[in-house]
Design a protein around this ligand. Structure first.
Ligand code: A2P
Length: 273
């Protein structure tokens, strides 16, 4: 498993397991299966309603807590300094953890305009040692710029919708300039049309791999952190079997041509949840 290096020398697995839309009760067996398959990074959120199920799987696993990189996220209704600190405590109680590896602001929630105050509380949590790394999700360059200008602290990662149909070139360039790691949510385009795209399936056939594995390999090779989601044990196992082949330059170029602004989720400039 490859790692990326975040600020402060913290390492994060480049491939993790996502549990968006996985009900709490199903999260426990799914995370258990992922840990057995070799995943060492789990991505949840307060809004997913499954932090307890995730925490239970971590507690029951043979894998040491210190060997698992756990991410959760602060929901939109909980922005602002005091609510952030309270919400963090509640997430940690549900997860059953003392220290979190990565805490993310889930959305900038521009209508409330509290993300800078929220970020200051995140910085405090990191200084207190309760969180090892802090970052954001669904932030656009303008939001990121404000955080840096008003607090001097850049997020370690920005987790955004990203897949071959929505490649986010401008945002990725901005991240590279500011030392922010790009993390892709819905890296498989939510398992829809993308996995039947002839450009993807043709490359997959050439390597004897699945379409999902080719898309995940593309993410890894362009430097993204990825968190594919699945509740299907066979797919959970398949999605981590992506370190034994490589796409060549022509294949990467072919996948690059698929970019078409194909956003599936909400526009972060308009979403206030
Ligand atoms: P399921 O959970 O029923 O296995 P994303 O991570 O881009 O949001 O994609 C998640 C969706 O893709 C889920 O619906 C998941 O289905 C499906 N999926 C995950 N892994 C694979 C795979 N290897 N092949 C096909 N579909 C997959």
């Amino acid at each position: 498993m490859d790692n990326v290096k975040l600020t402060n020398g913290i390492t994060m697995p480049q491939l993790g397991f996502g549990v968006w839309q996985v009900p709490d009760a199903e999260a426990t067996p799914a995370v258990a299966e992922a840990l057995r398959a070799g995943y060492r990074s789990i991505d949840t959120a307060a809004a997913y309603g499954n932090e307890s199920g995730v925490g239970k799987a971590i507690a029951q696993s043979d894998v040491d807590r210190d060997d698992i990189f756990v991410t959760t996220k602060l929901w939109n209704a909980d922005h602002g300094r005091d609510k952030t600190l309270r919400s963090f405590d509640e997430s940690m109680k549900r997860l059953g953890l003392d220290v979190l590896d990565l805490y993310l602001i889930h959305w900038p929630t521009p209508a409330r305009d509290l993300y800078v105050d929220t970020w200051k509380a995140f910085v405090q949590l990191r200084e207190e040692g309760r969180v090892r790394a802090i970052g954001v999700s669904n932030f656009q360059p303008a939001h990121l710029r404000r955080l840096v200008e008003e607090t001097g602290v850049a997020p370690a990662v920005n987790q955004v919708e990203l897949h071959p149909y929505l490649q986010q070139a401008d945002l990725r360039a901005f991240h590279a300039e500011h030392g922010i790691h790009t993390e892709a949510w819905s890296p498989l385009g939510q398992g829809g049309e993308l996995l039947n795209d002839p450009v993807v399936t043709e490359i997959a056939a050439r390597h004897g791999k699945s379409a999902a594995q080719v898309v995940l390999r593309w993410h890894l090779q362009i430097g993204n952190v990825v968190i594919p989601k699945s509740v299907t044990p066979e797919r959970i196992r398949q999605n981590i079997e992506v370190f034994d082949f490589e796409l060549d330059d022509a294949e990467l170029a072919a996948l690059s041509t698929l970019d078409r602004g194909g956003r599936i989720g909400p526009n972060p400039d308009e979403f206030n949840g």
